[in-house]
Design a protein around this ligand. Structure first.
Ligand code: AKG
Length: 391
């Protein structure tokens, strides 16, 4: 399993990746069966503990791809627990459990907004529906997670009743969904510790949407309050602003808690795989796997990093399978220029270096390539750059 032994991954909390379910709810994204299987295998390979593979009721081809992933799990090619999503509707649950996944996750909105406008049910009616459907799914012999949709806008006492009802009906886990992304870290920590105390004997998942850009922080705080499964998607895909991005959450968890939850060196591969499968490119500034995030630009930063990378990096890029770079333009200073020239096998004296940097200041090139730099060197020295290279 990659570069790390199992115990180094940390056993305290687990990652459920929902790229294949929540991620496919990104507008414009439809995964073919081939991509779906490739993504599932890669998620297992990086050590994600649970994979939410989709809802088989969406379409026949989704069902067929899910059943192939379940077969790969059975054959040992996929190690992660396989979770199938389903509405709280008996025929949907039957369709989901007939595929014999490890777990079925059934959801029902529990805030007054959802109860009144979506389900048109009272709180009491909803509790009965939750109990009935969890019991029905348990009857099929699979593990059951109940998802309290829009839990973070539900009345707390009622949410406690919901979690108890789901547990008593046979769910060993309940997902607390921050469906519209309105938690704050303080509220997340408090909410989970209250639920943990009020309803023992059931595991709690955090499913955090990123509408206000708080999903990673809220997920982290939820684990401090007692959540032991965190939902993610690769590249943060999902409805609207998406959910907690896998790569950002595990890197933040590593930095703050000192635990590698998965094989983080494989994240760049996984991020590009999902870019290709989804057709959605990451911003260059996207944390951890974006193109720019280990590239230094301003002269002051470049000189600092060349003296000691800790000056401008939270951890070495190799931890997440990346390498360090320096972009060259009019912002660059002597140290970065000398470093790039040395990499090209060119050594110059301080006077020449100063002239190259001066020349650089008068260009408006956005990002100098090696050949652009060598051309400048040629201009200031009058010597063909090829004569310099590898001397
Ligand atoms: C949401 O409420 O935003 C969902 O996508 C459901 C989450 C879950 O099943 O945990």
């Amino acid at each position: 399993m990659g570069r790390f032994s199992r115990h180094e991954f940390g056993e305290s909390i687990k990652i459920l990746d929902s790229t294949l379910r929540e991620g496919e709810q990104t507008p414009g994204v439809i995964f073919s069966e081939e991509w779906r299987i490739k993504i599932a295998k890669s998620l297992s390979d990086v050590g994600v503990h649970l994979i939410e593979v989709g809802d088989p009721n969406v379409a026949p081809d989704v069902r067929s791809a899910i059943s192939k992933i379940i077969a790969l799990k059975r054959d040992g090619e996929i190690k992660s627990e396989i979770v199938v999503h389903s509405r709280s509707v008996k025929s949907d649950i039957e369709n989901a459990t007939s595929l014999e996944p490890d777990r079925v996750a059934i959801f029902y909105g529990v805030s007054d907004i959802h109860l009144k406008h979506k389900h048109r049910k009272t709180r009491e009616e909803a509790l009965a529906i939750i109990a009935e459907h969890v019991e029905f799914a348990r009857g099929a012999g699979v593990k059951v997670r109940f998802t309290a949709e829009d839990a973070t806008r539900a009345d707390l006492d009622y949410l406690i009743q919901v979690v108890k009802t789901a547990r008593d009906a046979g769910a060993d886990r309940v997902s607390i969904a921050d469906t519209v992304g309105i938690l704050t870290p303080d509220r997340a920590r408090q909410l989970f510790s209250k639920l943990k105390e009020a309803v023992p004997g059931v595991g709690l998942d955090i499913h955090a949407h990123n509408d206000l850009g708080m999903a990673v922080a809220n997920s982290m705080a939820a684990t401090e309050g007692g959540a032991d499964v965190v939902h993610t998607t690769v590249n943060g895909l999902g409805e609207r602003a998406g959910i907690t991005p896998l790569q950002v959450f595990v890197a933040a968890y590593y930095y703050h808690k000192g635990v590698k939850l998965i094989d983080m060196a494989k994240l760049p591969y996984l991020a590009s795989l999902v870019e290709a499968a989804s057709g959605i490119a990451q911003m260059p500034t996207f944390p951890i796997t974006g193109d720019n995030v280990f590239t230094h630009k301003a002269g002051v930063h470049q000189a600092g990093v060349l003296a000691n990378p800790e000056t401008y990096e939270p951890f070495p890029p190799e931890v997440v399978g990346r390498s360090r770079d320096f972009s060259l333009d009019k912002y660059s200073g002597r140290r970065a220029v000398a470093h790039r020239l040395e990499r090209l096998g060119v050594k110059v004296d301080e006077e020449t270096l100063a002239k190259v940097v001066e020349e650089l200041k008068s260009t408006n090139a956005r990002r100098l390539r090696d050949e652009d730099l060598l051309e400048i060197l040629e201009k200031v020295t009058g010597v063909r750059y090829k004569a310099y290279v590898n001397k």
